[in-house]
Each structure stands twice: as C-alpha cells, then as structure tokens.
Design a protein around this ligand. Structure first.
Ligand code: ATP
Length: 297
C-alpha cells in the first residue's frame, strides 16, 4: 500500500485516422495509428481514510467529481475490490482539453494504474485495459502507450514498432470542436479515398520517417477545415516552416506537424506563436517508453 503517488498522464496524436463504418449500435468503427507524445498532465494521488474520492484540477471548466473521468476510474476499481479508503486526485492539466489528444482518457488511464498500485489490487495491465474501455474507447490505449494500431471503436490494439526519432509541433487554435460535430460533418458514403493505414503501418515497420509522414492523414480533416479554416492555416504554416507533414489529431481542432530536425521545429514554433493562429503551442517529441508505468516522476 502507498500513501502518495506522482503520476504523468501522456497525450496521444493520431498519425493516421480512418473511419470505416457506422455500426448498428451507433458507434463508429475506426482504424487509427496512435502515438504517445511527450506532453503530459501531472497527477498527484493521496490515500485518505474517509472513503471519499475527490478530484481537483487547475482549470475551472474541467469538471470535478463524477464528471471527471479520473474520478470514475478510481471509483470503478475501488468499488470492484470493496476498498473502504478514499483517494484525493489533484490534476494539473497541460494537455489541451477537448482537443483530440485524449486528455481525459489519459488521466483516467493513469488513475487506473495508480489506484491499482496504491492499494495493491493486483490487476494485470490487460485487466486494467479491459476495465478502462468502460470509461472510454481510448483509455486502453492510454494504458498501453507507444505506437499502436487501434481498431474496433479504438479498443482493439496491436503494438507497432517504434517510429523513427522525430519532433512534434502541436498547435491548438482557440476554438472547440466536439467529437459529435466531427462525426456529423463526416459523410462516410462520400469519402473518395480513405487514409492509407496499411501503408502507414508498412512505413513504420520499415522505419521510414519520410514515407510515413507523407501518408499521415485524418478522415475528419476536410469536413472540419471547411467549418474552421484556421485549422488549415495552421497546417499550411507548419508545412511552410519545414514540417514533413502536418495533420489534425483525433476529431480536432489540434494540429501537429512532424519534423526531422529539432531546430527547424523550434523556428516553426516561434512563427506559429507569432502568427496568432494557435492559442496553445507545444514543441515536443514522441514518447516511446513502453510499459504503462505512470509514476515515473
Ligand atoms: P479524445 O481525443 O479522446 O476525443 P479530447 O481531447 O477530445 O479527447 P478531453 O480533453 O478528454 O477531450 O475532454 C473532453 C471533455 O471531457 C471535456 O470537455 C471535459 O468536460 C471532460 N473531462 C472529464 N474529465 C476530464 C479530464 N480529466 N481532463 C479533461 N477533460 C475531462
């Protein structure tokens, strides 16, 4: 049993995102290449003896308590094991919220791993991933981390080889795009050419960064850019400033650009900040450490 844990909850980008079909239950079947990046929320967990789960965040618009996915993650495991103690979860958000970077899902994933460790619950990683999907389709991947193919509703995962070393510039415009809007703007029948997910996998297997970058694509992008041209402007700026390719992550509005050189990325970050197109800009890289270890302070 541990009284205190410091966790890092990492964000993801989608190197490729395709939507295959709408299922009868209303969910969409996807094929996505997921990649963890070195951008994370910090989570502090403290065990309490009053049986209450508390969450606090540094952002007024992120819900506390039941509305917070991290709260629900703790509740799920503590209830299942009949634990009478409580836990206080303090979240410092750095990952842009509602931005296509799995911010809420990764906090939930970190808390699942953290609660398992804090209370010595003995769940395997696979068992945590099975429970995680009840909180959100991306939660199992956020436990797994690294490079992966996600299928089904995002919960069927296959580990892929590490992608070649590269640098990632993240820019989020000051708009909010709900995942619901992204699906509504997606005319599945009208998609002429789907992203080449199998080609992307081959390029990753070959360790070919340039071929990989050239195939990066997100099926949501055209519809969302029509509605929010600023996303297209950020893409253009990143590519003008040397990104091998820039694409939108998840259902947006965050755009990321892949660079083969850190200095080039830093210069592009300066231009992007100066342009005023993005409200939030992060210059980072990919996170390749496997293992789902979250208290690596
Ligand atoms: P995804 O990439 O999985 O679609 P996202 O980046 O679009 O995720 P989140 O950052 O997870 O979206 O936030 C979506 C909503 O979830 C927010 O508007 C917020 O109200 C709610 N939420 C619940 N818990 C959290 C959390 N721990 N961090 C951020 N948002 C949270």
């Amino acid at each position: 049993m541990k009284d205190h844990l410091d966790l890092k909850a990492y964000a993801k980008i989608n190197l490729g995102l395709d939507v295959i079909r709408k299922r009868e239950d209303g969910y969409h079947e996807v094929r996505m290449i997921m990649q963890t990046v070195n951008l994370y929320d910090r989570i502090e967990m403290d065990r309490t003896e009053d049986g209450v789960i508390r969450t606090e965040t540094n952002l007024p618009f992120v819900p506390d308590g039941e509305g917070n996915l991290a709260w629900r993650a703790a509740k799920l495991l503590l209830d299942e094991k009949g634990i009478k103690d409580g836990v206080t979860i303090k979240i410092r958000k750095y990952i842009p919220v509602a931005a296509g970077m799995a911010g809420g899902s990764t906090d939930a994933a970190a808390v699942l791993v953290g609660v398992n460790r804090m209370f010595d619950l003995g769940f395997t990683k696979k068992e945590l991933m099975e429970r995680g999907v009840k909180l959100g389709a991306d939660v199992p991947y956020c436990i797994m981390r690294g490079t992966a193919l996600a299928e089904g509703i995002g919960e069927k995962l296959k580990r892929l080889p590490k992608v070649p070393e590269c640098y990632v510039l993240v820019g989020k415009p000051g708009i909010n795009v709900s995942t619901k809007t992204a699906y509504e703007n997606l005319n599945l029948a009208g998609i002429g050419k789907h992203p080449d997910i199998d080609g992307l996998i081959r390029d990753i297997e070959d360790g070919d960064l340039y071929a990989m970058a050239s195939k990066m694509e997100n099926v949501f992008e055209p519809g969302i850019i029509r509605q929010y041209p600023v996303i297209g402007n950020i893409k253009e700026l990143m590519e003008e400033k040397g990104a091998l390719k820039a694409v939108m992550s998840g259902s947006g509005p965050t755009v990321f650009g892949i660079f083969d050189n850190r200095d080039k990325m830093a210069a592009a970050a300066r231009s992007l900040r100066k342009s005023g197109l993005a409200k939030t800009v992060f210059a980072t890289d990919i996170y390749n450490r496997d293992g789902g270890v979250t208290n690596d302070k």
